[in-house]
Design a protein around this ligand. Structure first.
Ligand code: OSB
Ligand code: MG
Length: 369
């Protein structure tokens, strides 16, 4: 495939309901899409960088800039056989993994179309159905959170994850457990605690959580490994795992018993597969995380979740939980038993809604060789 042009777009997409984590509240996503044009094909990728550099150091303005100045020029005019070849071409630029992932994933997306195979098969997946959980943000009141959980359980979701932070944790987890003693329940702190909070985190044990996600610093393995020794509950790392090498280091140290794989956070499908494989070597299950994606990123998460070691329900859920209208057709839907049926057709298996994308676009730039 010759990479003839790359189009960047920013879409303004208001969320159906705000999403709040320990680092802040989001009402609308500035969705960044990249399109790789090659031999009449259009490969799409989503850059999941946040509006602000709070989840990680990346943010949309930075991602856009580094793609225009440094990453896109490394691909434009080149002939590439596969998505697999992309990381090496972008490797000179350090970090900027979400920006790189948007480009690499767009190449995989085009490759699956060119070869007329489903993207999930190209990635080495095997599941035809994936298990879904939901991530529920911090709300205005405990009552509002309990209401949301009730709605998601009624919809069939297999696992509930709630965001926690100091002041929104033990009491609310207690209320959830009292009402639903047997559901699969986990929590995500997005690095809201420190080693001073160990006794406090030990109070979470009574809630029989499936895992505590990223309790400590976003760049730490060592103190997580000490914390894991002091907890029965499994620690899951999200922010701290940026590569397969990170996964190996964290698992060797015993810093986690579960890993959340986000394709943007690790720099693209090739590295996401490598993280998945590394965890499997350690007999550690993974699940697919989410970044409030539009349909493009969401369809890619569905494809990735078909790999065999994605053994726990992911944060990949129905389009309608986020968007009034998603930019793919059909939207991602979830069955009454909390599963997504993986599309059988070639490519990503969801069509792009070009006209809707045009309406939502607030910025667009096309780069040519
Ligand atoms: O930590 O998993 C996280 C959203 C934005 C940034 C970080 C995280 C999240 C989520 C939402 O938990 C997952 C989703 O529903 O897409
Ligand atoms: Mg997380």
């Amino acid at each position: 495939m010759k990479i003839e042009a790359i189009t960047l777009r920013e879409l303004n997409m208001p969320l159906v309901h705000f999403f709040e984590t320990s680092f802040g509240r989001t009402y609308a996503r500035r969705v960044m899409l990249v399109t790789v044009h090659s031999d009449g094909l259009e490969g799409w990728g989503e850059c999941v960088a946040g509006e602000q550099p709070y989840y990680s150091e990346e943010y949309i303005e930075g991602a856009w800039d580094v793609i225009v100045r440094y990453l896109a020029p490394s691909l434009l005019g080149r002939t590439i056989k596969s998505g697999r070849e992309t990381p090496a071409l972008l490797a000179k630029v350090r970090q900027h993994r979400m920006a790189k992932a948007a480009l690499e994933n767009a190449v995989w997306d085009a490759e699956a179309q060119e070869k007329t195979v489903p993207l999930w098969q190209l990635l080495g997946g095997e599941r035809r159905e994936i298990a879904c959980g939901v991530s529920i943000g911090i709300q205005d009141s405990h009552e509002q959170l309990l209401q949301k959980i009730e709605t998601e359980l009624a919809a069939g979701y297999q696992r509930i994850k709630v965001k926690v932070k100091p002041g929104w944790d033990v009491e609310v987890l207690g209320k959830i457990r009292k009402r639903w003693p047997d559901i699969l329940l986990s929590c995500d702190a997005n690095s809201a605690y420190t080693t001073n909070d160990v006794p406090h985190l030990q109070r979470f044990e009574e809630f029989k959580l499936l895992m505590i996600e990223q309790p400590l610093w976003s760049d730490d393995f060592y103190f997580h490994s000490k914390l894991q020794k002091q907890l029965q509950t499994a620690i899951c790392l999200d922010e701290a795992i940026r590569s397969a090498r990170d996964a190996a280091a964290a698992l060797e140290l015993g810093a986690a018993r579960i890993i959340n794989v986000k394709v943007g956070r690790v720099g693209g499908f090739s590295e996401a597969i490598a993280v998945h494989d590394t965890a499997a070597d350690f007999n550690v299950p993974v699940w697919c995380g989410g970044m409030l994606e539009s349909g493009i990123g969401r369809s890619h998460n569905v494809a990735l979740s078909t790999l065999s070691n994605f053994k726990l329900p992911g944060d990949v859920s129905a389009s309608k939980r986020y968007w009034k209208e998603d930019i793919i057709e059909p939207e991602v839907t979830v069955s009454a038993k909390g599963t997504i049926a993986v599309p059988a057709g070639p490519g990503r298996g969801y069509e792009v809604r070009n006209e809707l994308i045009r309406q939502l676009t607030v910025r667009e730039e096309t780069l040519k060789a």
